[in-house]
Design a protein. Sequence first.
Length: 131
Amino acid sequence: MSRAGTFAGFGEWPRSYEAQVREGYCQNPVAQRAVKLVAEGVGGASLDGSDPALVALVTARSGGQALTETVAAQILMHGNSYVQLLTDDAGRVTELYALRPERVAEDQLNVSRATFLAGAAMSVPLIEIRE
């Protein structure tokens, strides 16, 4: 999407990133269906791995939705996705949680640390997935 003022007399483009995503996705049923089809396809694909515990982590639901489906939708709409690693007291990863890309800011010196833009200043260990 262009950030230019007007486009051939059709009005102004949304100026912020979130407004552009909202305009391009939320108000476009074809885009919604396309993203849903691809994300559900990725989420429904079988996953095989050498460690059953890791496969269970990835295939578990995150925030009520399949993690792989959420990550696929985020990559399609935002170009990247962030997954927070939740650990137990021993430091073992116990849960993977998909974070909203528009709410995460990268620390340019240490990409494995990020802060939430919604006011919280904590840094969390995460994995960034890009297309």
